[in-house]
Design a protein around this ligand. Structure first.
Ligand code: SF4
Length: 362
């Protein structure tokens, strides 16, 4: 995706979908800094009344710098993570001591203040002063990992650096703040951790995870990678009208992608690994999907291949079975697609060897 592409897709979406927040567009660098500190670890809805009350009590760095600790803690009471309040007061005092009570205008200078890390510095510099620098928080890392299909663990500093470096040239100079906010907003409201709403995502057309169905596997965290082994038995029913494709899910990971009748077996499952080898699973699958007597159905192995997801090693067994009754469809929702048309459909990356094997038969 080129520079105008990403911004051109994100910014109109953001203008329409951005949630109202009192600090958005307030133009007050101090207010923006306070909101960024409060939003660390805390939801927007919780922060709003705290931010309003805090700004009424401490409308500028000078007010916070001269306040007593008890007064600051009282204003923060209930928001949690009280270290943030103490650090914010240290920031305010440093602003009074070294910057005449004003926030410096660049991310580099902001990061030199106590209590301000790279994300907060980038957010304040871009949102308050329009500096074209990235602001990479957890939301942005999640969007970026999925959009780019990155398998780099996001809890490593080098991944954060790589994300920032890759976003830097995509930031429009005239709209750095809205660009950064739109990425954060996308992560908070659309590209959410568990159930990304890819159907409403403005960058879905270029998203690698969306294309290969790996949204739930991304982003990767170094501390949490646990590789599991699974066997995936897939069934290709070939009849006079082509191959039988089942109805994939409408939302989530594999929405809109080609799906075949299938069964997945977690080989680490202690009660199952012994007796759920591909052959008996295939028999069960054939009975379920066709109503045929599996022992007489004559399924043949079309392809067997491994596929590595981030924390899943899958052993694919793909069987082919002739469907000879032109009057009747297999049970369940699905459709026939001619073998010639199969390659025009969107296949998950893991199943592309099946697509290729079928194309060679056409
Ligand atoms: S298409 Fe889905 S996974 Fe990709 S960035 Fe959008 S919401 Fe996230």
């Amino acid at each position: 995706m080129t520079l105008p592409d990403l911004a051109d897709r994100l910014l109109p979406w953001f203008r329409q979908q951005a949630r109202e927040m009192p600090w958005r567009g307030c133009g007050d660098p101090w207010g923006i800094l306070v909101s960024e500190v409060m939003l660390q670890q805390t939801q927007v809805a919780t922060v709003v009344p705290y931010w309003q009350a805090f700004m009424a009590t401490f409308p500028d760095p000078a007010a916070l710098a001269r306040a007593g600790e008890a007064e600051v803690m009282k204003a923060w009471e209930g928001l949690g993570y009280y270290r943030r309040a103490r650090m914010l007061q240290r920031t305010a005092r440093a602003l009074m001591d070294h910057h005449g009570g004003q926030l410096p205008r660049t991310a580099k200078a902001l990061e030199a203040l106590p209590g301000i890390g790279p994300y907060t510095a980038g957010a304040v510099a871009s949102l308050a002063f329009g500096e074209a620098v990235p602001a990479v928080d957890g939301n942005v890392l999640r969007v970026w990992s999925r959009w780019q299909g990155s398998r780099e663990p996001i809890d490593l500093p080098r991944t954060r650096d790589r994300c920032a470096a890759s976003l830097q040239p995509l930031i429009p100079v005239a709209a750095a703040g809205p660009f950064n906010e739109s990425l954060m907003e996308l992560g908070a409201t659309v590209c959410t951790p568990r159930a990304p709403a890819c159907g409403g995502c403005p960058i879905a057309g270029d998203c690698v995870a969306r294309e290969d169905g790996s949204q739930a596997l991304l982003p990767v965290k170094a501390g949490k990678i646990r590789v599991r082994s699974v066997v995936s038995v897939q069934l290709v029913l070939l009849g006079p009208r082509g191959a039988w494709l089942t109805k994939g899910p409408e939302e989530g990971l594999l929405a809109g992608l080609v799906a075949l009748p299938s069964q997945w077996i977690d080989m680490a499952h202690p009660a199952r690994s012994a007796d759920l080898a591909p052959a008996p699973v295939l028999e069960a699958l054939v009975i379920l999907q066709t109503g045929l007597d599996a022992s007489r159905a004559g399924a043949r192995l079309l392809r067997r291949f491994p596929f590595r997801f981030t924390h899943l090693h899958a052993d694919f067994w793909v069987y082919c079975l002739a469907w000879e009754d032109p009057e009747r469809d297999p049970p369940g929702e699905g459709r026939w697609v001619s073998v010639e048309a199969l390659s025009d459909l969107p296949w998950p990356t893991a199943l592309r060897p099946v697509r290729d094997a079928l194309s060679m038969q056409s």
